[in-house]
Design a protein around this ligand. Structure first.
Ligand code: PEP
Length: 262
């Protein structure tokens, strides 16, 4: 496949450290309800806590909603108390895993080197990495946002072997827009996504690449973002925990795909 957008839009819900098992199952059923009966539907992925993965998986089996994990360990197996390996996530039914989320970078020591180790482990599995990158406010104010983000991507992918069947999702999530109630402007997002695509063009010629945006996305402005060709989807935190917001975001994806004949 030529490098470039997969045409379908993508909506990922990151539930973070919210919801118990029963709540997660109920909420997953709510998400399913949003998606049934529509011919045109964005790819929808939900990322519950580890504790809820296996029960949520049962709800999602044979549906069009996929399961993702919020993080993973840096080893294949062994004496790593508390860690969960990528093989265990595969076993739990995850098709996707978030890597390098800014909250894990800031609070759990997930450095670029750690992100790179995880990318190498994922590359040996069928899971799809959702590589989160994004600049702090200071880097943007100094005019270094693109250099910062492209640097993160280069570090993450250093020595990673991706084949023509590989799929990579890069989630551009500027730190100053996450959980702040105010998203980046569409123009800023489009400019960054273009820079990311250009940077990756020189690295890999034939992978399936999607570049999505995250940072205070809600139902009110999801359409504005998703209608841009360079924005393949959105990664949603807070609003993914409000079913009506999440529904509005999924519907925005449907509207864009319908309008653009995707
Ligand atoms: C996130 O945590 O990935 C995120 C995008 O959060 P929010 O939508 O709440 O800004």
């Amino acid at each position: 496949m030529e490098q470039g957008s997969l045409s379908m839009k993508m909506i990922i819900g990151n539930w973070k450290m919210h919801l118990g098992i029963r709540e997660s199952v109920a909420y997953a059923r709510g998400v399913l309800h949003i998606t049934v009966g529509h011919d045109v539907l964005p790819e929808v992925v939900i990322c519950p806590s580890f504790t809820a993965l296996s029960e949520v998986r049962k709800v999602l089996v044979r549906t069009r909603v996929a399961l993702g994990a919020q993080t993973m360990g840096t080893e294949r197996f062994g004496a790593y108390t508390g860690d969960v390996s990528v093989a265990q996530l595969d076993d739990a039914g995850c098709g996707f895993v978030l890597i390098g989320h800014s909250e894990r970078r800031a609070m759990n020591g997930e450095t670029d080197a750690v992100v790179n180790t995880k990318m190498k482990l994922i590359a040996q599995t069928s899971l799809v990495p959702i590589l989160c990158v994004g600049e702090p406010k200071a880097a943007r104010d100094a005019g270094n946002a693109e250099a910062y983000v492209i640097g993160q991507i280069h570090e993450a992918l250093r020595g990673v072997t991706l084949s023509s069947s590989s799929r990579l999702i890069v989630a551009y999530e500027p730190l100053w827009a996450i959980g702040k109630g105010e998203a980046a402007t569409v123009a800023d997002v489009v400019a960054m996504h273009t820079a990311i695509r250009n940077a990756l063009k020189t690295l890999y010629k034939t992978i399936a690449l999607q570049v999505i945006y995250g940072g205070s996305v809600d139902g009110a402005h999801a359409y504005q973002l998703l209608r841009e060709q360079s924005i393949d989807g959105v990664l949603v935190g807070g609003a993914s925990l409000k079913i009506h917001e999440f529904e509005a975001i999924v519907n925005a994806g449907r509207e864009v795909m319908t309008a653009q004949n995707i």
